[in-house]
Design a protein around this ligand. Structure first.
Ligand code: ASP
Length: 383
């Protein structure tokens, strides 16, 4: 057993025995009647406040919208969908909806899912083209069909039938970055030997804008991921969640990530809590992260500890090989029925070259960024 896992094992056993006696002493149980299950829960009880809404960091500016709905007594699913719709509509967020970076053929393909705790219903769409609001479309699948997931062209046609507008989801910005990626990676789709050098090509493509050129170079070298998961619990304790994304940039057409997979990129159980994820979806799918986290919370773990458990499983899949783990980034986010929240990132660094991975929280006063607990307290994970 490697050092870190031995240490973890030791701490877990310690936590288990300390907890067993503490539970005997205090008869401590979670709101849904299960015995609490971790030392972290006991030593630093996760403080809950309702209503609560959280998202990945890129949703911070939109959380007010969801909180307003919660404060007016609106439905938790309406609240989370309202938040992510702002981000889907934003051409400057290149990880979600309109303006999302495209697949290898230059076509934006979106994935999204929703779960409505009070009715335990779910809906999802995957690899859907030309429809901007994938989260609302997933909600429409949940509400207006007898299915839970519709994909590809079927999802597009369903959207049109339901009155969604069809549009080109590529912005000029994302089209040019895709063109630059093509030029860098394809043998033929690039200036020939009789053409100006790469630098001159990039300069003409981006009209000499050095910032744009640097950004394009970065996302070509490290295909970015990005998504927005959003989870809410209202004053009564009802819970919903959604996750929406344009997925991994430059993906093979038809590739589906974790975001639309109920139990991976999104999960909610009205008796327990909800969870979501961003980062390399393939890794999350293999540990059914969303469902795992909710089940851990059902057994008494705090949202942070439950996210840490799911992350530990991802790390175990690579036997703690930091070189392999360093090829991706991953985040888990969770809330519980009490209104406590937590998030864990695989690496310390966050999106957009920030030094500290964080997530956005609104518990009634104002939206703020909160640091994620990190699995490895060092920078890593290309993104
Ligand atoms: N999880 C998303 C996916 O794999 C991408 C992301 O969150 O960055 O499609």
């Amino acid at each position: 057993m490697e050092l870190w896992s031995r240490r973890k094992f030791f701490l877990t056993s310690l936590a288990g025995s300390a907890l067993a006696s503490a539970n005997e002493l205090f008869g401590r149980t979670t709101p849904n009647g299960h015995a609490a299950g971790s030392l972290a829960n006991l030593v630093t009880p996760a403080q809950g406040k309702r209503p609560l809404i959280i998202s990945s960091a890129n949703g911070r500016h939109a959380l007010d919208k969801g909180m307003d709905i919660l404060k007016r007594g609106g439905d938790t699913l309406d609240a989370v969908v309202a938040v992510v719709t702002v981000v889907e509509d934003d051409p400057n967020d290149d990880s979600v909806g309109y303006g999302g970076l495209p697949n290898e053929e230059g076509e934006v393909e979106l994935d999204a899912s929703v779960m409505h705790g009070p009715t335990h219903r779910a809906g999802a769409v995957a690899a859907v083209r030309r429809i901007k609001n994938a989260s609302r479309l997933a909600k429409t699948v949940m509400e207006n069909t007898n299915h839970t997931m519709i994909v590809g062209d079927g999802a597009r046609r369903f959207a049109v039938a339901e009155g969604f507008e069809e549009m080109n989801l590529l912005t000029e910005h994302s089209r040019k970055i895709w063109l630059a990626w093509k030029a860098k990676t394809s043998f033929n789709w690039r200036p020939g030997i009789d053409s100006p050098e790469w630098k001159a090509y990039m300069s003409s493509l981006f009209k000499g804008d050095e910032k744009e050129i640097a950004y394009a170079e970065r996302v070509i070298a490290h295909p970015p991921t990005g998504t927005i998961p959003c989870m809410a619990v209202d004053a009564k304790g009802d819970i919903s969640a959604t996750t929406t994304t344009s997925g991994l940039s430059w993906k093979i057409p038809g590739r589906v990530g974790d975001s639309p997979i109920i139990g991976a990129g999104c999960y909610a159980d009205n008796e327990v809590g909800a969870a979501g994820s961003t980062g390399k979806g393939e890794e999350n799918i293999k540990v059914c992260g969303g469902h795992t986290i909710v089940e851990m919370m059902r057994q008494g773990k705090s949202p942070t500890d439950a996210c840490m458990e799911a992350m530990t499983r991802v790390v175990h899949n690579y036997k703690n090989d930091k070189k392999k783990l360093g090829t991706f980034h991953l985040y888990f986010y969770a809330i519980n029925k009490d209104g406590a929240h937590g998030a864990v990132s695989l690496w310390r660094n966050g999106y957009e070259a920030s030094n500290q991975a964080s997530y956005a929280v609104h518990d009634g006063t104002e939206a703020r960024l909160v640091p994620c607990k990190t699995f490895f307290d060092e920078a890593g994970g290309e993104q």
